[in-house]
Design a protein around this ligand. Structure first.
Ligand SMILES: [Zn+2]
Length: 264
């Protein structure tokens, strides 16, 4: 997450220069940073302190000058400042977006329902509905098909003998492949998604996953399809890379909702 920077001012009101004074910073009571400084008599020091956070939340910051020193010319009450600070989620988005991601229609190639039931797949996809009024999937017609019916979103199975990834999402612009989740595309590229396909890799663990993880895989891939990328912070999320991560959630979390709303 981007470090937050706080400006501080320290004034030496005395007649003696401070040598190797120190500033202690705490977050929620735990020391995180110690800075030393020299400051002449009757001088003021202005600086910034970076605070690094790994999770969204509200934190109590405390900055104190020379804590624990017992000089008579330091007024303890005047040497500590606290404030609370709101840290929002990191923005974790791929380049590009759907211009109108409402009622995205879906086709499911035959074979997929051998590995995940129609009900479970619908349920997994529907998790994204209702978060942002501009984004929804139309799961009312999800029949097994053998040929391309021209729908925007396609689910299929595939076999990649070189990897054991559970699934992959490809997004196309103007019917041309622009990126998939395994390629780091320039994140500032402006493009409009036209079609996308999601594949479940039968070479990996996907066929053996329990229903909860199969659904979570489908929900996760739909997140990529909407333009979300893997998270890099310490928040729980469906968009965490890898179901074995302790941060991987099997359902959509606040962090995922936040990014979807940021996107659209
Ligand atoms: Zn992924």
């Amino acid at each position: 997450m981007t470090p937050k920077k706080f400006e501080f001012k320290v004034t030496n009101r005395g007649n003696v220069a401070v040598e190797e004074g120190y500033i202690m910073c705490k977050v929620d009571g735990s020391p995180v940073n110690l800075t030393t400084f020299n400051l002449g008599a009757r001088r003021q020091l202005i600086g910034t302190i970076p605070f690094t956070f790994k999770k969204a939340g509200t934190y109590k910051l405390e900055v104190s000058v020379g804590p624990g020193t017992s000089q008579t010319d330091i007024t303890p009450d005047d040497n500590v400042k606290t404030r609370s600070c709101n840290v929002t989620y990191d923005i974790e988005l791929w380049a590009g977006r759907w211009s109108n991601p409402q009622n995205l229609d879906i086709q499911v190639y035959s074979g997929v329902f051998d590995y995940i039931s129609q009900k479970d797949l619908k349920n997994a996809i529907n998790q994204w509905n209702g978060i942002d009024s501009k984004v929804s999937f139309n799961t009312s017609q999800m029949l097994s098909v053998d040929e391309d019916k021209g729908k925007k979103v396609t689910f299929a199975t595939y076999i990649d003998e070189n990897t054991s990834v559970l699934g992959v999402t490809n997004v196309f612009k103007n019917d041309e492949k622009t990126w998939d989740q395994w390629v780091d595309s320039p994140e500032d590229e402006v493009c409009v998604y036209k079609k996308a396909n999601i594949g479940f890799n039968l070479n990996g663990d996907f066929p053996n996953l329990n229903t909860g993880f199969k659904k979570a895989t489908a929900t996760h891939e739909c997140g990529h399809l909407l333009g979300l990328k893997h998270t890099s912070c310490n928040d729980m999320a469906i968009m965490v890379d890898g179901i074995h991560s302790p941060l991987f959630a099997t359902t959509i979390q606040e962090h995922d909702r936040y990014n979807l709303k940021m996107k659209y």
